[in-house]
Design a protein around this ligand. Structure first.
Ligand code: LLP
Length: 434
């Protein structure tokens, strides 16, 4: 019997792969492929696990905000609202989607290193809870925008804590050479705090950092917390301002393959909270209200993608290409980061994985692969290939390259399925063409 990545996966009596209590081979028949399948029970379980950790570590002084860039559509915002989560958004589009299902604006944090004036006006007029200011240009624009709207906005400053987390260079964000945030080392962050004190429509409530994504070590998170607490204390000494909120971002690694060994998030939370409390005591500042922003760790393992196998091309002594009906358009992560995934033939889940193959997409690009040297059951045309842990940064990073429509998304909850995002049709592909 195959070993699976989590307890929401199994094999039924037909030898079919089950995810979230559903036979996904049947889902592929019902909805077509490619198809994203999300497990609602696991998403909610993940939210609750983070919330109970935060509650345990900080009492009522903490909040979990889902980083919705990982997977954004109306239904996920409804679920986050029901779970009492906050969210982070990074564009007018994400904000619009959240507001369109009645997500409370005060529980939204708005990120981005180059928010446009229209985006700021939209966020301010809708009363977004926190705007996470990235740079001085934005700070000045926001002051004018808030003044024009007759409002005072609560902000956090995005800080680069100077931490170099060991992850892919494209998803590393805490080091000084990063496009995100104010640098500490150069005095830029402190100068920005001083500037904020002179503004009448911008209220500096907190500081924010996010050191990167898919990180397995606790140490860089603990170090970032230390640096941020020191900054909060320095701000108090130098300006008299007491910063009452600390947002530590997201970035918690997940299990894509059996090789990945993420730490238990609860122990991570605890270790970081110990640092924060110790530092607060040593530095003579209050323990701040703490936010975290997990994205991948909420939805990543709660999603899989189903494809239909088409051509199987064996190149003797070189490799076997198994081509599927999707690819970099629905999952660009192998092309971008050489991300590794666990895969299986869903309708042959009880069989041995006897082949090593390269799984290719259908785009006109040699780099359009979903993985190399993947161990798989014997793949034949018509089989259903399941790629696991695709819930984060797949649908949200999908494109229409080659004029391929984005797949549908189905949500399952203890075996019951419902469509939450329709498949893009050929008409959808031309709807903006003139
Ligand atoms: N907070 C901020 C400010 C962020 O920029 C991000 C992710 C998160 C939270 C959530 O990080 P997570 O918990 O999901 O690691 N496309 C890449 C990942 C980019 C992450 C961008 N920022 C990928 O597919 O791996």
């Amino acid at each position: 019997m195959a070993e699976f990545l989590n307890g929401h996966m199994a094999v039924n009596e037909k030898g079919h792969f089950m995810f979230g209590g559903a036979d996904v081979t049947e889902l592929a028949k019902k909805y077509g492929t490619p198809l994203y399948v999300m497990d609602e029970a696991l998403i909610r379980e993940n939210c609750r696990a983070f919330q109970s950790s935060i509650e345990r570590c900080y009492g009522g002084k903490g909040m979990v905000c889902y980083a919705s860039k990982a997977f954004s559509c109306k239904e996920i915002y409804r679920i986050m609202n029901e779970e009492g989560m906050g969210i982070d958004v990074v564009s007018a589009g994400e904000l619009y989607t959240a507001l369109s299902v009645g997500f409370p604006a005060e529980r939204i944090g708005f990120h981005g290193n180059n928010k446009t004036q229209q985006e700021l006006e939209y966020a301010v007029s809708n009363g977004v809870g926190r705007i996470i200011v990235d740079n001085l240009t934005e700070l000045e624009l926001l002051e004018k925008t808030a003044e024009a709207a007759g409002k005072t906005v609560s902000v956090m400053f995005r800080i680069k804590p100077g931490i170099d987390a060991h992850t892919h260079s494209f998803i590393r964000t805490g080091q000084i050479d990063s496009k995100f945030g104010f640098a500490l080392e150069t005095g830029e962050a402190m100068a920005a705090v001083r500037e904020a004190t002179a503004l009448r429509h911008v209220l500096l409530k907190g500081v924010h950092c996010h050191i990167g994504s898919q990180i397995f070590d606790v140490a860089p998170f603990a170090e970032a917390a230390r640096v941020m607490m020191r900054f909060i204390a320095d701000v108090k000494t130098e300006t008299g301002i007491e910063i009452s909120e600390l947002n530590l971002g997201g970035g918690f690694g997940i299990k894509y393959t059996a090789m990945d060994k993420p730490p238990a998030y609860d122990s991570y939370m605890e270790q970081v909270s110990i640092v924060i409390k110790q530092m607060a005591g040593q530095l003579g500042v209050e323990v701040p209200f703490v936010y975290i922003e997990p994205g991948r760790s909420i939805v990543g393992a709660a999603g899989i993608t189903l494809y239909t196998v088409g051509a199987v091309k064996n190149i003797p002594n070189i490799r076997t290409y198994v081509s599927v009906d999707g690819g970099m358009t629905d999952n660009p992560r192998y092309a971008l980061y050489e991300s590794q995934y666990e895969m299986l033939i869903a309708n042959k889940a009880s069989q041995e994985k006897s082949q090593t193959v390269t799984v290719a997409g259908k785009c006109c690009e040699s780099g359009d692969l979903l993985g190399k040297d993947i161990s798989l059951q014997t793949a034949e045309p018509g089989d259903i290939l399941a790629v696991l842990s695709t819930g984060a940064y797949n649908y949200s990073m999908a494109s229409n390259y080659n004029r391929i429509g984005r797949p549908a998304v189905v949500m399952i909850n203890n075996g019951a399925d419902r469509l939450i995002v329709r498949r893009e049709s050929l008409e959808d592909l031309v709807k903006n063409d003139i």
